[in-house]
Design a protein around this ligand. Sequence first.
Ligand SMILES: Nc1nc2c(ncn2[C@@H]2O[C@H](COP(=O)(O)OP(=O)(O)OP(=O)(O)O)[C@@H](O)[C@H]2O)c(=O)[nH]1
Ligand SMILES: [Mg+2]
Length: 344
Amino acid sequence: MECGLIGLQGVGKTTLFQALTAHAVPIQVGSIKPNVGIAAMPDPRLDRIAEFIPPDKLIPAAVQVVDIPGISSGGGAAGLNQILAHIRNVDALVHIVNCWDGRDAESDIASMEIELVLADLVVVEGAVDKAARAARSGDSDAKKRLAVLERVQEVLNNEKPVRDAEWDEGERAILKSYGFMSAKPVLLVANVGEDDVLGESSVAKAVHAASDNVVTVCATVESEISEMDQVDQAEMLESMGIARPAIGVLAAAMNEVLGLSTFYTAGEKEVRAWSIPKDSTAPEAAGSIHSDIQRGFIRAECYHCNDLFELKSEKAIKEAGKLRSEGKGYAMQDGDVVHFLFNV
Ligand SMILES: Nc1nc2c(ncn2[C@@H]2O[C@H](COP(=O)(O)OP(=O)(O)OP(=O)(O)O)[C@@H](O)[C@H]2O)c(=O)[nH]1
Ligand SMILES: [Mg+2]
């Protein structure tokens, strides 16, 4: 799963990237190559599991983030096509909006969005022609594709992103196969100034009005915090009136927008969180750990982390009859703690 940080030039993408990756990647300044790194997803449930099952190592779930160069608000930036190619490659978008120096957020969001819409229009025009030819020769799959593509074209011609229209599962698979950028799930980030960390400015409010998927972050503060130890972090947050690092809020929102859920593996050596698509089965979840475990899957022994928080030990969970044995068809639940049995 790859998340692209996108937005106009100079809105704080690289600053947020450094916060998300805790400065682990050397940054290239003024390059049109994206920065790529791993963001650990803060997770209060993972910390609580480790209180009851103290491990040698605590490993949070990770998401790959790509810091993509900015687009100039007039469009037609040098290297626009390369930038769009990077955006095409990621699974989901985190669209960052400058809320700290009095810009017009609505128009900034629109000028980023319109670049995706225009690029998708070029793709859909070619695709419609091709699908129409195939449909005329009686290809029934092509007829289905054509119907979807014609609707895509209509949405885009109205200058709306593809994600704004309603699509069923089959249609979404078709959209994905064409890689429409404006169909990708998007989380908006209102990047606020140090003097407005709660996002009370009218610009920040305008970003929140633009979508249901918005978080407020001060990228410069978060970037500084990510380099501190926990004590200093807590002090700095308190002095600024921030409840918890926004990266945690961002991680939770990203899970939601990406349609991810989390399961855990827990033992003395390691307690670890894993991100999987929401509708994953037990073998698919096992496959996110290792393909061998998926291939040789026998069953999953699992309980919900809330059972652990309530009963305090795996032994007590077992005695309460809450340790379940689940087979191949089991749909993973967010918060499951799992031990996979497998045979290869
Ligand atoms: N006040 C304030 N300044 C910020 C914030 N985030 C970024 N900046 C400043 O904005 C400038 C640009 O930040 P970058 O992170 O390089 O922006 P970018 O989006 O990566 O820029 P390009 O890659 O050139 O498109 C830097 O001087 C940052 O310090 C913020 O939350 N508050
Ligand atoms: Mg940058």
